[in-house]
Design a protein around this ligand. Structure first.
Ligand SMILES: Cc1cc2nc3c(=O)[nH]c(=O)nc-3n(C[C@H](O)[C@H](O)[C@H](O)COP(=O)(O)OP(=O)(O)OC[C@H]3O[C@@H](n4cnc5c(N)ncnc54)[C@H](O)[C@@H]3O)c2cc1C
Length: 369
């Protein structure tokens, strides 16, 4: 909230996800010794959480290191702790530029249970990739023919499909495939619909080189390694923060009688005086609670930023089959709903038709460790 004044500063970090742990690690490494993390729940890791399904490791939260190369701090940490397999750390892997879209080996299935072949699907995939690349270029050109990525892709896909593919049945199936790819793009962009993603800003997103990789022993292994480097008592668990009183007037005193400009008040009535606070709670939490979480409230431009920024829900479902019905080399199973030739990335009634919002499944490889 203000620049740090001295190594004796009392610093409270709210939230013990990877951001909070990373901040504590950095501060302690730089000699700050009065650092405390307040975490609402009884565990650390936040949205990084590894579970098990039978003998397999499953990632309930984050799964991939996107763009695993030297510029990526998560990748650097994972290498430092030796948590990745040699292939993921190889120079060759780090140099691959996939533009945020890993080339998974796909199997496609239609809603009437048919297996769809690459000759039918690949023209749709390649048109979709060209359209997303065009969307990225609008940032540099400073032009914005329509407001959103969704509108641009839908408009252009319809127009070009009509020019390219004469046979109506083939055209409809390929347009339905592009509906599925729009839903996949929603997961990548973390949005409910691509209609909410601004066309001009789309190209600002920077993807790092490197072929996305996973943690063979689970993402939470990274959290454990980072936590092992912190002093044992640095985290206070089960301390949901209720209010951060930050109006710079003298707020509280510690046992030495020193006074502090900030007081962090927890739900259980405990309070912690601080010189600085680092808040790492998710945007959704901030949207709902910012009016009461900060006293006085944040300045209006900041409140407006919090209100205007959006996000969608990324959920996962794990399904186990006794026997695979997909090819041995298949990495992604894609669902093509035959009635979605009108290019949709939202479904009208999520309560009853939520399954149609799924783009498909990622095939989990056997756990090796
Ligand atoms: C299903 C899913 C899949 C994902 N897949 C990927 C992926 O493959 N690759 C990738 O890079 N990213 C992925 N992400 C995103 C990634 O998990 C997050 O970006 C990252 O974990 C966020 O870390 P964080 O520390 O900023 O926040 P969080 O992990 O959310 O940590 C915030 C912490 O603050 C605590 N907190 C909240 N309110 C309070 C309060 N009032 N007082 C005290 N503590 C509080 C929470 O309990 C939590 O522990 C995925 C996320 C989800 C949900």
């Amino acid at each position: 909230m203000a620049f740090l004044q001295g190594l004796d500063s009392h610093i409270i970090i709210v939230g013990c996800g990877i951001s909070g742990i990373g901040a504590a690690q950095k501060l302690l490494n730089h000699g700050f010794h009065n650092v405390r993390i307040l975490e609402a729940t009884g565990r650390c890791g936040g949205r990084i959480r590894t579970g098990r399904l039978g003998k397999k490791i499953v990632e309930i939260g984050a799964n991939w290191i996107h763009g695993p190369s030297q510029e990526n701090p998560v990748f650097r940490l994972a290498c430092q702790y030796n948590l990745l397999d040699p292939e993921s750390m190889s120079e060759e892997n780090q140099a691959m530029d996939i533009g945020g879209h890993p080339p998974f080996v796909p199997n496609w299935f239609s809603s009437s249970g048919k297996r769809l072949g690459p000759e039918l699907m690949l023209p749709a995939t390649s048109l979709f990739v060209s359209l997303t690349e065009e969307c990225q270029d609008f940032h540099a050109s400073g032009r914005e023919p329509v407001p959103s990525v969704g509108q641009y892709i839908k408009r252009e896909a319809r127009r070009r499909a009509a020019e390219l593919w004469d046979d109506a049945a083939t055209r409809d199936l390929r347009l339905a495939t592009m509906s599925m790819l729009l839903k996949l793009e929603c997961c990548i962009s973390g949005t409910h619909t691509m209609d909410d993603v601004g066309l001009g800003a789309f190209g600002m997103y920077k993807t790092l080189p490197g072929l996305d990789c996973t943690f063979p022993g689970g993402y939470e292994g990274l959290i454990s390694c980072m936590m092992n480097e912190l002093p044992k008592d640095v985290v206070s668990f089960n301390r949901p923060v209720k209010c951060i009183h930050w109006n710079n007037s003298v707020q509280g005193a510690d046992s030495s009688g020193r006074t502090f400009p900030v007081l962090v008040e927890c739900e259980n009535g405990e309070s912690f005086p601080a010189d600085h606070v680092i808040l790492t709670v998710p945007l959704g939490y901030l949207k709902r609670h910012q009016a009461t979480l900060l006293s006085p409230p944040l300045p209006l431009p900041k409140v407006h930023s919090i209100q205007r920024m959006g996000f969608g829900t990324n959920n996962k479902i794990f399904v186990e089959f006794e026997q695979p019905f997909w090819d041995p080399d298949c990495e992604s199973i894609y669902f093509v709903w035959e009635d979605e030739a009108d290019l949709v990335d939202v479904v009208p009634d999520l309560q009853t038709s939520w399954i149609k919002k799924l783009f498909g499944f990622t095939v989990l490889k056997p756990t090796e460790r």
